[in-house]
Ligand binder design. Structure first.
Ligand SMILES: *Cc1c(COP(=O)(O)O)cnc(C)c1O
Length: 376
């Protein structure tokens, strides 16, 4: 193990929506002696990891369990949807943004019957429409939505959507990739049957490891559902874990070491303190953008507190690329928006950053605006 104070790693402030800024101890946890992941020692690490991930989501074992996959976060969307739809039934996607649209694309790709219940990306979905759709289509077996729509920063009313799904006998899958471990979430109280994330977002580890947390009984029932993928099948991976304690195929070994270290740090800091830190970083971002004269596009009452969508200023010298590069060269990464109708960029409060980093960022952003003579 390399001691963190014996090596200097440049610290970049990532204001993009993941991967996030990590601690040096997490980065260095990847530098370990080579190991064959089929050794018992490694399977033992995975057992503790699966259990800790359930704790982050407040998912009580053994009713709930977690299943790990090697891949970026989108693999979870693919797996949950393709694995949990029984024959002859339908998926309802409550869609108010880019990430739920990705789920619709997964349904289209597999040719799975689905309803794309679209609504404005600037607002929360209308619960009455969700209810009416469920009433009109008793063959809906799965309701799907995104907790925090990372494209805009909107936080969706998942508890209410989950309650409606359950009233109509449907399983509720929620993409919590950009919220889990950063804002309060409780699998049981929030009426979620399956949630998901990847190691590089809320947990602040490295990319390459993704995980699904869900109801064991539903996973077991899905054994008899149509199998639509070989590599990306929830039941097959679950079954292999239950039998052997390992992933079916080669796991992302070093990423798993980093994730174990990141979870250790997560529990040491404590969920409340971590939520509070993300919140104050978000507030510092909002303060900074408004002080500079930028406009934001989402009503703060429905914002997650993790992403701020900022409108491009109406000035002839404005170029996102120029400002991006100016900040990037000075250690701050900003990110384009994901709203098709409005030109925005995003500033995010993920990662191990604090108010001081945001204040430093706004000094640089202000310099960049002055350098390009962009008057706000
Ligand atoms: C980041 C993210 C994902 C996963 O994206 P990848 O690029 O595959 O890691 C999925 N859903 C949401 C809401 C996200 O923010």
């Amino acid at each position: 193990m390399i001691e963190p104070n014996t090596i200097h790693i440049k610290r970049n402030i990532l204001l993009n929506p993941g991967p996030a800024t990590t601690t040096d101890t997490v980065k260095l946890a990847q530098v370990v002696p080579d190991i064959c992941p089929r050794e018992k020692e490694f399977a033992g690490l995975m057992k503790g990891l699966r259990s800790d991930l359930c704790k982050v989501a407040h998912a009580p074992e053994p009713e709930f369990t977690s299943v790990l996959f090697c891949g970026s976060g989108t693999i979870n969307i693919d797996i949950c949807l393709n694995s949990l739809l029984p024959e002859g039934r339908k998926i309802l996607v409550v869609n108010n943004g880019a990430y739920s649209t990705r789920a619709v694309e997964v349904c289209q790709h597999y040719g799975m019957p689905h309803i794309d219940l679209r609504s404005s990306v600037f607002e929360c979905p209308d619960l009455r429409r969700v209810e009416e759709t469920l009433q009109a289509h008793p063959d809906i077996a799965v309701v799907y939505t995104t907790h925090h729509e990372t494209g805009t920063g909107v936080l969706n009313p998942i508890r209410e959507i989950g309650a409606l799904a359950h009233q109509h006998g449907a399983v509720f899958i929620c993409d919590t990739t950009s919220s889990l471990g950063m804002i309060p979430f409780d699998m049981v109280e929030d009426n979620v049957d399956f949630c998901m994330a990847s190691a590089q977002k809320g947990i602040m580890a490295m990319s390459g490891l993704s995980f699904i947390i869900g109801r064991r009984a539903v996973i077991e029932a899905s054994r008899d559902y149509p199998s639509r993928s070989y590599y990306c099948n929830l039941y097959l991976q679950y079954e292999y874990f239950e039998k052997t304690g390992e992933m079916h195929f080669t796991p992302p070994v070093q990423t798993i070491y980093a994730t174990i270290q990141a979870l250790k740090e997560y529990f040491e800091v404590g969920e409340e303190a971590k939520f509070a830190r993300h919140r104050r970083v978000y507030e510092a971002i909002r303060r900074g953008v408004h002080e500079l004269g930028f406009e934001t596009v989402i009503d703060p009452r429905i914002e997650s507190g993790l992403v701020v969508s900022v409108k491009y200023p109406d000035h002839p010298n404005w170029s996102f690329e120029h400002i991006h590069d100016y900040c990037q060269e000075r250690g701050f990464t900003i990110y384009p928006g994901k709203i098709s109708t409005t030109d925005t960029f995003r500033l995010c409060a993920l990662g191990t950053i604090d108010v001081k980093d945001i204040e430093d960022f706004f000094v640089v952003l202000k310099e960049g605006l002055d350098y390009y003579k962009i008057k706000m």
